[in-house]
Design a protein around this ligand. Structure first.
Ligand code: GRF
Length: 195
């Protein structure tokens, strides 16, 4: 994650429950200042940072991130409010899912809530999807709708979407961990870094 980390915190809480089926082996960020890192430390989970600002080259940063991820041998990498585009260095080695605050394919990108409001849609929502090499283009795993209220601004709408995101992300990760899943005909491959 990159910021507040409320989605990551929801996963940490869920993983603490017996029967969830998954544990969080580490929480990582692209900047030292990400508030969510403190939440993870408080939960007794290992944290790491691969600061984007420390690298001149996007490929080098992706390679460093991939190497850090490899060390934890995660079955699944969750981009939970992670505001960077992941490159092939990560995606060829790890299965990654992302949470996005809109009903994709509408409103991809970093300003989804603002863009939906500006467009004037009455219904927006949240999407969990597999990450591919595009920006918010991977196969959809789950979606939930959120109604736009007449007096909404970006902050109020985003808060309501985030409470839906947290529930959906926890539900999807738990389901993947317990049952495995095929997404749009493609088997979600869990089981650690590819050799
Ligand atoms: C979420 O709305 C996520 O979809 C978006 O950024 C927000 C992160 O929130 N990419 P948090 O850091 O999990 O609280």
């Amino acid at each position: 994650m990159s910021g507040a980390g409320s989605n990551a915190a929801a996963l940490l809480d869920a993983a603490a429950e017996p029967g969830f089926g998954a544990s969080v082996v580490a929480v990582g960020a692209d900047r030292h200042s990400a508030d969510g890192l403190a939440l993870a430390r408080h939960a007794g989970v290992e944290t790491f940072t691969v600061p984007f600002a420390d690298y001149d080259d996007r490929g080098d940063w992706n390679a460093a991130l991939s190497e850090r991820l490899d060390a934890y041998r995660p079955d699944l990498v969750v981009s939970a409010g992670f505001m960077r585009i992941l490159g092939a260095e990560v995606l060829e080695r790890h299965t990654v899912i992302n949470i996005h605050p809109a009903l994709l394919p509408a409103f991809p990108g970093a300003h989804a809530v603002r863009d939906a409001l500006a467009y004037g849609v009455r219904i927006t929502g949240a999407t969990v999807h597999l990450v591919d090499s595009g920006v918010d283009t991977g196969p959809v795993i789950d979606q939930a709708a959120v109604r736009v209220e007449p007096d909404d601004d970006t902050a109020s709408l985003h808060e309501r979407i985030k409470s839906v995101e947290r529930r959906m992300l926890v539900e999807v990760v738990g389901r993947l961990a317990r049952e495995g899943w095929s997404v749009q005909g493609r088997q979600v491959r869990l089981g650690g870094p590819r050799q």
